[in-house]
Design a binder for this molecule. Structure first.
Ligand code: PHE
Length: 357
């Protein structure tokens, strides 16, 4: 059988070659992707004309096979190129059409007024920052990645102290002596080194401990740190009144009552924990001097002489420091019982607590 001239079951190659120009024109005239797909199937698809011609090559003599095969391949790749070219053209056209039709009218009113907002923690943090700043405190930041010196050594925390162990502290792999700060007390040290005495400062920020996440623990939480140091004697009475004023401000109450319980922090002497009177009203906790119960709020104490020494502050300095959990007081104030709510991103929850999203 002479494939070239006499092609019984399909289109002879001569015709295939003769048709090439016509096909190319048709392809370039296709105005939709569907039309293009159909042409592709008809010409070079599995049972397309060109593909069928390839199948007949097996009956052609060996010397002709090469020549005819090459010719068919040329036609096939010409068709493929033209299809790709038209595909690109249609795609470009689709994009420009969309751009033409889908213009964004920025003067249209929006469907809802939730533009996003500040998280409840950020709101509280800013309020507290403003409160202290208005009262003459420096509001300072410190790094969250700290050295053992600032997080432990300078704070008079001995080398063997259990808090230093990796069950409690996140150390940075491959960076000896570097860790995620476990408390904001490191900022005390940085502040005294930089500003010396006298100094009143607060620092509010993220702290990290190797705790399992549950309703009351989070490996990342926030602390508020306060420090007041002077060359003039400062005593526990000053500390107590400072804490009372802060709690009255934060919990928006006329009078709060603070009590101290002896406790131990290596960087204080004496050290104590402080509680506050509260009462329950409609299931909510109300901080008030009228309260008949006590709730623990944080740690405090007079600055240990070793701490002064470690930051290069000379003899004759007096001061107090306190620290408390920001997340904890927010939870108490708003009746939030699960700390995880603060850090996952449930839109309904965030909206309820004033953070639009
Ligand atoms: N840094 C202490 C803690 O994380 C709290 C504290 C701060 C205690 C300042 C005393 C003075 O538990």
């Amino acid at each position: 059988m002479e494939f070239y001239d006499n092609y019984e079951f399909g289109m002879p190659l001569k015709e295939i070659e003769a048709n090439l120009e016509h096909w190319e024109k048709t392809i370039l005239g296709a105005s939709t992707f569907q039309e293009l797909e159909r042409l592709k199937a008809d010409i070079i698809g599995r049972s397309g004309v060109v593909t069928s011609a390839f199948k007949l090559l097996k009956d052609v003599s060996v010397d002709k096979k090469k020549e005819l095969g090459e010719k068919l391949n040329k036609v096939k790749s010409a068709i493929e190129d033209t299809i790709a070219q038209q595909h690109q053209k249609l795609a470009n056209y689709a994009v420009s059409e969309r751009l033409k039709n889908e213009t964004l009218d920025i003067t249209l009113p929006v469907e809802n007024d939730h533009f996003g907002g500040l998280h409840i923690i950020t709101q509280a943090l800013r309020k507290i920052r403003d409160y202290y700043s208005a009262r003459g405190f420096l509001v300072l930041d410190g790094p969250e990645i700290e050295t053992e010196f600032y997080n432990f050594d300078a704070l008079n925390i001995p080398k063997h102290h259990p808090a230093r162990q990796s069950q409690d502290t996140f150390y940075l792999k491959g960076h000896d002596g570097m860790l995620l700060r476990t408390q904001t007390s490191c900022v005390q040290i940085r502040a005294m080194q930089k500003y010396g005495v006298p100094l009143r400062m607060v620092s509010i920020g993220k702290t990290y401990r190797n705790d399992q996440l549950d309703a009351t623990h989070s490996p990342m939480f926030h602390q508020i740190e306060g420090l007041v140091v002077d060359k003039n004697p400062i005593n526990i009475g000053h500390l107590k009144s400072e804490l009372r004023k802060f709690l009255e401000f934060f919990f928006e109450t006329d009078s709060a009552t603070v009590r101290f319980r002896p406790s131990f922090f290596p960087f204080t002497e004496p050290g104590m924990e402080f509680d506050c009177r509260y009462t329950k009203k409609d299931g909510r906790l109300i901080i008030s001097s009228d309260g008949d119960k006590w709730i623990e709020l944080g740690g405090a104490g007079m600055v240990h002489p070793n701490v002064f020494k470690n930051c290069g502050v000379g003899e004759g300095a007096y001061g107090f420091a306190f620290g408390l959990g920001l997340d904890r007081i927010i939870m108490l104030k708003y009746g939030i019982t699960d700390i995880r709510n603060l850090f996952d991103t449930d839109q309904r929850w965030l909206r309820y607590y004033g953070t639009c999203a």
